[in-house]
Design a protein around this ligand. Structure first.
Ligand code: GDP
Length: 366
């Protein structure tokens, strides 16, 4: 599964959020799969209304959602990039993830220790950003030293181009900016791919607000939203303590009652997971049979054989063709056979680019 890392300063509500995720993962485990990978890694189902709708129509023995891995990356503090505390280890953990959820404290509570004085979401964000940028600067400079000679002396065009991209990255980072905002082309990105730069990873922000501001936000979350506007990043306003409490409730009825009290229609966690999924540029296709209705994760733009490989590698090797029904058609006609009768079941070959929501059935040689 793809990994999303939770980062932020101490005492902003990261573990609370992570607990909410891992408790709901455990609760779901009774239905099908249980997976504890590590105390700091949890698997979470990706909520998808379409999957539920398909299950209503097909009435399968089980429903299997697709999942994301969430990693709690605690311990980032000012000075981490200089190796203070366990800073370097934590920065290394960020290198492994595919996207970042940056939790920012937007609640006041004198019982919750805060080293940095008055609540200040913008400066909190910048403290973390600076550490990541400094670490990236180190990686970029190291690589520049390696390619500099080749770029200067010989007629190595590739090294020259690489050096030019690295120089731009360096200048950008030195201005206190993150690589994701540099606007590198696809080709230029290849030149720095091996560095796995921390500030290149897609990010979304959680404004952890108090209960009273759960639906409206507050002056702190507003300051954060104004600050990240240029980045085009999403800010999710939620209350992490409430999310952990919802997760701890055992039955769906209890959860519904609790959420009703807080005028919530669903856990904010669901919004967060869906947004993280979007951030990773992922699509979902479905398989829908009497045994199971199941959601599968692919990258946008994948062709049918590659999409089939998510189910089993043999599916890709032996791929013959795919039967495809668009999600909307499946819902409109209500079943595979009705879709077939109405000409809505398509036969697609190796070049077919799978569309989000497609209901797929693969034919393959073993
Ligand atoms: P972390 O260091 O970022 O992982 O922070 P924790 O999740 O451990 O939270 C630190 C403290 O803040 C704990 O005592 C939490 O109960 C508390 N906390 C977390 N979220 C909220 C919140 O939304 N409101 C309030 N008042 N306290 C919170």
């Amino acid at each position: 599964a793809l990994q999303v890392g939770i980062v932020g300063l101490p005492n902003v509500g990261k573990s609370t959020l992570f607990n909410a995720v891992s408790i709901s993962a455990k609760a779901q485990a009774s239905n099908y799969r249980f997976c504890t990978i590590d105390p700091n890694v949890g698997l979470v189902d990706v909520p998808d209304e379409r999957m539920k709708k398909l299950a209503e129509l097909v009435n399968p023995n089980r429903i299997v959602p697709t999942q994301l891995e969430i990693v709690d990356i605690a311990g980032l503090v000012k000075g981490a990039s200089k190796g203070e505390g366990l800073g370097n280890k934590f920065l290394g953990n960020i290198r492994e993830v595919d996207a970042i959820i940056h939790v920012i404290r937007c609640f006041e509570d004198e019982n919750v220790l805060r080293e940095e004085g008055a609540i200040n979401p913008v400066s909190d964000k910048e403290i973390i950003d600076t550490e990541l940028q400094l670490k990236d600067l180190e990686s970029v400079e190291k690589k520049m030293q390696k390619v500099e000679k080749q770029a200067r002396v010989g007629s190595d065009a590739k090294a020259k181009a690489e050096f030019e991209v690295l120089t731009r990255c360096k200048e950008h980072l030195e201005k206190g900016k993150s690589i994701r905002g540099l606007g590198l082309s696809k080709e230029e990105k290849l030149a720095i791919e091996d560095l796995c730069l921390l500030t290149e990873k897609p990010v979304l922000y959680v404004a952890n607000v108090d209960e009273a501001s759960m639906h409206t936000g507050n002056k702190y979350s507003e300051a954060l939203i104004a600050n990240v506007k240029d980045e085009g990043a999403e800010v999710i306003i939620m209350n992490n303590s409430i999310e952990a409490q919802i997760a701890e409730l055992e039955t769906e009825d209890d959860k519904a009652m609790f959420m009703d009290e807080y005028k919530m229609t669903e856990p904010a966690l669901h919004r967060l997971i869906r947004s993280a999924y979007k951030l990773l540029n992922l699509d979902t296709y479905f398989t829908a049979g009497v045994q199971e209705v199941r959601a599968w994760t692919i990258h946008k733009g994948w062709k049918a054989p590659q999409a089939a490989s998510v189910i089993h590698t043999d599916f890709e090797k032996g791929f013959i063709k795919a039967e495809v029904i668009a999600y909307n058609d499946f819902v409109k006609y209500g079943s595979e056979s009705a879709c077939r009768d109405n000409g809505k079941l398509r036969i697609e070959g190796k070049e077919y680019i799978v569309q989000d929501g497609d209901v797929m059935h693969f034919r393959f040689n073993v």
